[in-house]
Design a protein around this ligand. Structure first.
Ligand SMILES: [Zn+2]
Length: 107
């Protein structure tokens, strides 16, 4: 049975919370109008415990260290896999999965 978008976003959020993303400022929303089929996931994660990221420059940008890059890639993949499964979109073509993940660092 096809899920409504409200059911889809609720299922994705529940699955991510269930997977432990409870202190990550998690937000799961649907798009509007022509983007109505899109799922927008936003969350953040702490930097790696052995972090050597650069100091913020005058614009607040920081060079990301290898440990944090690897941790980020891992979390991104996990979030994507959970979202695909929970939404049932793992069964459809990539071009139509329409899930975006905004993953930032909380520190
Ligand atoms: Zn780092």
């Amino acid at each position: 049975m096809e899920m409504t978008m409200a059911q889809t976003t609720a299922a994705v959020k529940k699955a991510l919370l269930g997977a432990g993303f409870v202190t990550n400022n998690l937000s799961v929303k649907r798009g509007r109008r022509t983007a109505a089929f899109w799922v927008y996931i936003s969350l953040d994660m702490p930097r790696h415990s052995q972090c050597s990221c650069g100091e913020p420059d005058e614009y607040g940008r920081r060079e990301t260290c290898e440990n944090c890059k690897n941790a980020w890639r891992f979390v991104y993949k996990v979030v994507n896999a959970i979202a695909l499964k929970a939404s049932g979109r793992d069964a459809i073509n990539y071009d139509h999965q329409n899930i975006t993940i905004q993953l930032g660092f909380s520190n």
